[in-house]
Design a binder for this molecule. Structure first.
Ligand SMILES: [Zn+2]
Length: 145
């Protein structure tokens, strides 16, 4: 199975972003490196959900492009997108699957949460038009969920 490697501090940032954006979906970008089997996150960049919606997200394309270009300039890549599902599970929604047709080579980290806490984190990627699970792996000490 493919892996998504992340430091607990970066995962903590994503968790905090999802909780502070509740009841709306949050969205952010993950910068790092990737090869055939592994995505490795080096930095997490918060974006703004321009839809302010509890069931959908969109990020400003100009902002995404700037983050992408800045990463490339430093020898890194835009490797993934994270977003949250308030009061829902961490699954690939029909809308997410549509986006993945264009951005499927990236890793998609999805968080399910309530107002109080993160309930689920799952990662996916698309290969040959099919959605695959990606195993989340902390590169340092485990973090209580
Ligand atoms: Zn979604």
């Amino acid at each position: 199975m493919m892996k998504l490697k992340i430091k607990s501090s970066d995962l903590g940032k994503i968790d905090a972003h999802a909780l502070e954006t509740y009841p709306y979906e949050c969205v952010g970008l993950m910068i790092g490196t990737s090869d055939k089997e592994t995505f490795e996150i080096r930095e997490v960049v918060k974006a703004k959900n321009t839809l302010n919606s509890p069931v959908a997200f969109e990020a400003d394309p100009q902002f995404v492009y700037e983050v992408y270009r800045d990463a490339e300039n430093r020898g890194l890549q835009l490797i993934g997108i994270y977003h949250s599902h308030p009061n829902l599970h961490a699954y690939v929604s029909a809308r997410d699957a549509e986006f993945m047709k264009f951005w499927g080579h990236l890793v998609w980290l999805i968080l399910g949460l309530t107002q109080e806490k993160i309930i689920e984190r799952k990662a996916f990627t698309m290969k040959d038009g099919k959605i695959h699970n990606v195993e989340l792996e902390l590169t340092d000490e485990p973090r209580p969920s």
